[in-house]
Design a protein around this ligand. Structure first.
Ligand SMILES: [Zn+2]
Ligand SMILES: [Zn+2]
Length: 349
């Protein structure tokens, strides 16, 4: 099975031997609001955040961290540093279906008997757990059509087959996390806002009186892009629409899925939008010079970062950009010559 990761920044190889592992730890952000900083096995993305927010005699856990050896201990250390106990989780709410955000949910449910709430489109991602071979074959086909040569593709497939899922069991939410549903905490009521793009089931949660946003991976302290390509028709278009959704909330504090909290929310929205537009224009320009495969167009989004470990993420971003340009009528795809009929070329319109 493969790991459902969101490598939104530079990734190296999956960890293990090299590098110092982070330890789980927690900090109070506001009265009754705690950041749980949980380690990840990816050198470029050393940790993710879960958020514990007091609710009556326990707390709601927003996101869970990834499941890996020792991860429940890490979570419990982080909770203990905030004087919280895993037994007091009343509800798990996950922003999206990547393993670093929902991977421990099944184990915590098992331990506490609490409910898990997620957006119903999580199945677009989590169904790939049940048939990892078919998912790998689908990804390989996309890569071949994109012009990835056979040998690196073979190596990548072998690596993915060895990788761990990062999920502690089947993801089986008890309630659909959709607009209209509210989450009650001592800080107040949180509303649900659909923000697809990063992945198709992404939601943000908003506490209107305090104007606090739990943003998952939709908005991060460091402006960066990641698109889980292949699960919806136009992830970039969805992401741009989702930035509008979040902008309308006028949040003044953002609790993001990775990194520190931040208060300059609007500049982060503006910066994300500008980065998308910049990348779209670079890809469009590259394709307008001559027909290209997605792999040939990939340097347009790489900003010189072309380590082997980054290519899969960059290829997904390139395909997402090309697909959006296709959706707005700026480019179209065509099959390469007969001898290379499996490859798709992208051309300007
Ligand atoms: Zn993440
Ligand atoms: Zn993610």
């Amino acid at each position: 099975m493969r790991s459902l990761v969101c490598p939104f920044v530079a990734r190296g190889t999956e960890a293990g031997s090299a590098g110092k592992r982070e330890l789980g730890r927690g900090e109070r952000i506001l009265p009754g609001v705690f950041r749980l900083r949980l380690p990840l096995p990816w050198p470029g993305v050393p940790h993710c955040n879960a958020w514990a927010i007091s609710a009556g005699d326990g707390f709601v856990l927003f996101d869970t961290g990834m499941h890996q050896p020792g991860s429940m201990d890490q979570l419990q250390w982080a909770l203990a540093s905030c004087r919280l106990r895993i037994e007091d989780v009343k509800l798990i709410v996950c922003t999206h279906a990547h393993s670093d955000h929902c991977g421990q949910a099944p184990a915590i449910k098992e331990l506490t008997g609490c409910e898990l709430w997620m957006h119903p489109k999580h199945t677009l991602i989590t169904n790939t757990f049940t048939d990892p071979e078919a998912e790998l074959a689908r990804r390989l086909e996309i890569a071949r059509q994109s012009g990835v040569p056979e040998e690196p593709l073979r190596q990548w497939a072998a690596q993915r087959q060895e990788s761990q899922p990062g999920i502690s069991g089947p993801i089986e939410p008890d309630r659909d996390l959709v607009p209209g549903v509210t989450v009650q905490t001592d800080l107040g009521e949180w509303t649900v806002h659909e923000t697809p793009g990063h992945d198709p089931c992404h939601v943000c949660l908003f506490q209107a009186e305090q104007r606090v946003l739990i943003s998952g991976d939709h908005l991060l302290g460091r402006i960066s892009l990641f698109f889980d390509y292949g699960h919806s028709p136009d992830p970039v278009g969805e992401y741009l629409d989702s930035l509008d959704v979040v902008q309308a909330l006028r949040a003044r504090l953002c609790l993001a899925g990775h990194g520190r909290t931040f208060t300059d929310v609007q500049p982060h929205i503006d910066g994300s939008r500008a980065l998308v537009r910049e990348r779209l224009e670079k890809v469009r320009q590259a394709v307008s010079e001559r027909p290209l495969t997605a792999v040939e167009a990939l340097p347009s989004v790489s900003e010189g970062r072309l380590g082997a470990a980054e290519v899969p993420r960059l290829l997904m971003e390139t395909l997402a950009m090309l697909t959006h340009l296709e959706a707005i009528g700026a480019v179209e795809r065509t099959a390469a010559g007969a001898e290379q009929a499996e490859r798709q070329l992208w051309v300007a319109r």
